[in-house]
Each structure stands twice: as structure tokens, then as C-alpha cells.
Design a protein around this ligand. Structure first.
Ligand code: ZN
Ligand code: ZN
Length: 324
């Protein structure tokens, strides 16, 4: 990783440029950092951003300099099969044309958002939501999206395996949606104590998950391959396993268990504008919190140290890179 001087981005007629105030280090960024997944050398990373608008293209409506905003990194092409099916978050070419994936990202002082449309790829932050919290809107939207895939009914029980940023956000969204109980599992005492502070029952080991009440939905958010089969074991017959993590190795899962239990296994990827809107609403109304998840704030000049801090799963939940 290196820090380099690049020309200031310029807003074209349909674009805006932000002064980036905060940008989170994502779990997927760590896969890039350690394994080279998703993107290559020369890419400015950083896709969980919040900032202040400094310039606005002539054709952009309803956004003004000084606005405090966050935005969706994914820029769907609008033309591929998925985009035509109205599932642009699964766009077939998203990773060539999105912020931090093909286009420069937000580990920078300034960020250009192309084709800026308020309510679509740009969302205003209410006064009650700080820039730091604004940087956690994208991962909260990932959690909103995952809980949507679960088609939760009220008072269903849920277990969340892994209490990093996404896991803690999934647990908060579940509580806000009326799931009960919501049990989180993580080896890290720090992560468990933050979970407890947010109202989540936290356990150190998946073996401690009780059999009563039965667990309707299990969210696998660790990325540990062995926990995929464990998730299928603790879900009740006819229950759901929701896979939200990314895995560096294939996981082993006995399909006969799925047959015997009539389990549903689903994946959840990315975010939509509706997920962003709901995530901001959860933060603005206090039904979800972002600040308790922020364990480290690092200036942009210490970006390498920020990544190293995020790699320490026992001591970090969310590292936010800031331009104060
Ligand atoms: Zn991310
Ligand atoms: Zn597309």
C-alpha cells in the first residue's frame, strides 16, 4: 500500500465531488489487502464513506455544496441482464465501474461520485448522524439487505455467527425488526461486550447456543468455512441459513442435512438504495447505533496502520479513516 499525490477529481455535468470526512475499512478490503481479491494494484480503495459536497455538476438536481452525504459504491450499468431485471446490485459489470472497484475510492481527501442522483447513489445524512456514523451506513445497509433476504416474521429467533461490524449491524437490525431472542456468537470478549451493550445476548462458542427456543434463522457472518455446517446444525428444521460472509476457502456442507431438515440456505450480497434509506433511518431514530462499533479512528496518512488495526479481529470492530 502506498500514499500518492493524484490530481483532484473534477465533477462532470452529472457528477458531484465530496470532501471525504470518514471512510471505514471493510472486511472485504482486508481480503484485497491480504489476498488480492476483487481488485488490483493502483486501485484507490475505500467504499464506506461520508463527506461534505464541494462541487456539483450542472445537471445534478437537489444536491448542493455543503450537503453532508453518504453514497452507494455500486454503480450499476443499467444495461446488463441483472440491471434490466431491476436487481442492479447484482450488475454483471459492477466491479469495473463502481467507487473503489474500477473508479477511485474514498481513502482519499476527495471523491468523485459519478451520475449522482439523490435517493439513489447519494443519500443525505440527517444532523443526528455524524460523519463517522455516516461511514457505517454502507455496512448497516448490508445488514438491512441480509435481514430482508431472511423474510423475517416478528418474534422469530435468530443467531448471528460473528460479531464484527456486519454481524453487530445484523443483530441490531434483527432487534429493530422484532426478532427475539437475538443471540450473537464471537470469540472476542471486546466484540461480545459491544454486542451486550447493544442489547444482543452474546456467547463465546457456537456450542453454547441453546436448543430452546429453537433457532429460526442463522446468519453466518464469520467467513470461517467450518461455521457454515455449524449454522445448518443449529438452525431448526424448516429454518433458514443466511450467508453474508466471504470465504477464502470453500466450505464443507452435507446436503443431506438440508434435505432432512428442509432448510433454506440463502446468500446476501451488496446493497440497494432502499437498504441505504432504511439504514440511515435506523441510525437517525436511534434504533441502530454506529459509534459503539468504532474502535479506532486513524488519519489518512496512517492508512497502512488502519488496515493493520482492522486485521486484529480481537481488538478491532470498525476502523474508520478520517480527514478531520
Ligand atoms: Zn464493504
Ligand atoms: Zn448492469
Amino acid at each position: 500500500m502506498s500514499i500518492e499525490q493524484v490530481p483532484d477529481p473534477v465533477a462532470g455535468p452529472a457528477d458531484i465531488v465530496l470532501d471525504v470526512r470518514a471512510c471505514g475499512v471493510c472486511g472485504s478490503d482486508l481480503h484485497t489487502y491480504t489476498q488480492g481479491m476483487f481488485t488490483g494494484l493502483g486501485q484507490i480503495m475505500g467504499h464506506e464513506f461520508a463527506g461534505e459536497v464541494v462541487s456539483v455538476g450542472a445537471d445534478v438536481a437537489d444536491i448542493s455544496p455543503g450537503d453532508r452525504v453518504t453514497g452507494l459504491p455500486i454503480q450499476p450499468c443499467g444495461a446488463c441482464r441483472r440491471c434490466r431485471e431491476q436487481v442492479g446490485h447484482l450488475c454483471e459489470v459492477w466491479n469495473t465501474r463502481s467507487i473503489a472497484f474500477g473508479l477511485p475510492g474514498a481513502f482519499a481527501e476527495r471523491l468523485r461520485i459519478p451520475d449522482a442522483v439523490l435517493g439513489r447513489n447519494v443519500h443525505r445524512l440527517p444532523d443526528a448522524v455524524s460523519f463517522d456514523a455516516g461511514a457505517l451506513v454502507e455496512p448497516l445497509a448490508v445488514a438491512v439487505h441480509a435481514v430482508r433476504q431472511a423474510e423475517l416474521r416478528p418474534v422469530q429467533s435468530a443467531v448471528v455467527l460473528g460479531l464484527g461490524t456486519i454481524g453487530l449491524h445484523v443483530a441490531q437490525v434483527l432487534l429493530a425488526e422484532g426478532a427475539s431472542p437475538v443471540i450473537g456468537v464471537d470469540r472476542s470478549p471486546l466484540r461480545r461486550s459491544i454486542a451486550e451493550q447493544l442489547g444482543v445476548t452474546a456467547l463465546a462458542d457456537v456450542a453454547d447456543v441453546p436448543g430452546d427456543p429453537e433457532i429460526d434463522i442463522v446468519f453466518e457472518v464469520t467467513g470461517a468455512p467450518a461455521l457454515v455446517a455449524q449454522a445448518a446444525e443449529i438452525a431448526r428444521p424448516r429454518g433458514t441459513v443466511l450467508i453474508v460472509a466471504l470465504y477464502e476457502e470453500p466450505a464443507r456442507l452435507d446436503p443431506t442435512r438440508l434435505v432432512h431438515k428442509e432448510l433454506t440456505v440463502r446468500g446476501s450480497a451488496m446493497v440497494t438504495p432502499d437498504d441505504f434509506r432504511d439504514a440511515i433511518d435506523l441510525l437517525a431514530t436511534g434504533r441502530a447505533q454506529a459509534e459503539p462499533l468504532i474502535t479506532h479512528r486513524k488519519p489518512l496518512a496512517e492508512l497502512g496502520a488502519a488496515f493493520d488495526a482492522q486485521l486484529d479481529a480481537d481488538q478491532a470492530v470498525k476502523v474508520v479513516v478520517v480527514n478531520d
